[in-house]
Design a protein around this ligand. Sequence first.
Ligand SMILES: [Cu+2]
Length: 322
Amino acid sequence: MRRFPALAALALAGCRGPQAPLDAWGPQAGRIADLSWVLFTGGGLILTLVVALTTVAVWAPASVRRRIGTLRFVVGMGLVFPAVTLTALLFYSLGTSRALAVFGGAEEPLRIEVVGRQYWWEMRYGGAAVTANELRLPRGREVELTLTSADVIHSLWIPNLHGKLDMIPGRANVLRLRADRVGELRGQCTEFCGRQHALMAFAVVVQEPREFEAWLARQAAPVPPPATVEEEAGMRVFGAAGCGACHAVRGTQWQGRIAPDLSRVGSRLTLAAGALPNTRGNLAGWIAAPQDIKPGNSMPAYARSLSGEEILALSAWLDGLR
Ligand SMILES: [Cu+2]
């Protein structure tokens, strides 16, 4: 008995926090949570009823048992009851799906394209800015995410905001959502897409609209020139090592399109799709040994071809891109 509170706390821990579907941060997740509660409650009541009837059928005296053995009872509880309940649920869930497909407001939604790739995410804010592994949203604004894939099937899930939606090569799926609270959430790939599927997450940052606009303007601007001698050295190493063949940095000659855009990589919360917290040390570690941190991802390791000093200079420059 004394363990019970601990067990209950453990079970309910999934109901709150940055990756909890029942902790709705917007109307879409709210609808899904309502549907879930109806199903949990209804399912619980029906289970209780079935257990009670089974107990009666096994243990009750014959006179009582006879009552639940009549044809009327069997047809009523075995056919009519499930038909009525399931039909009601069908219409309720169709109503939920419909509500999820449309926006309530008259305002133009903010459109963001999200491209799934092995094993990271590209976020494109119209022509204005490209970023990776981080979805920033203005609080209270309706957002239309267009989901595509550049390779295999992925699936995008931000439990606090909406249900899952697949990202299918050659197809665009649309997810409409709104975040009503300021703060940080987490999204995750939920369709097995290869060896590093588990390390394919992203940060969701909901900001006040004004802060969001400022962030977006900074993302869209060319990067400023290096501020220190070390950063300048880092920028040179970036060119010499060929990082720009895969990565883009806004306002430079490096415009690679097959890896995360690094224009403002220093401002992101995590590195490599949630694999590491974003610190200067982790940046250096990632450049030296990405295959040890995330084996099978598409970035080559530089521990052998670059010196420690070069890697530190690179990390200084990238960390300064905010
Ligand atoms: Cu994936």
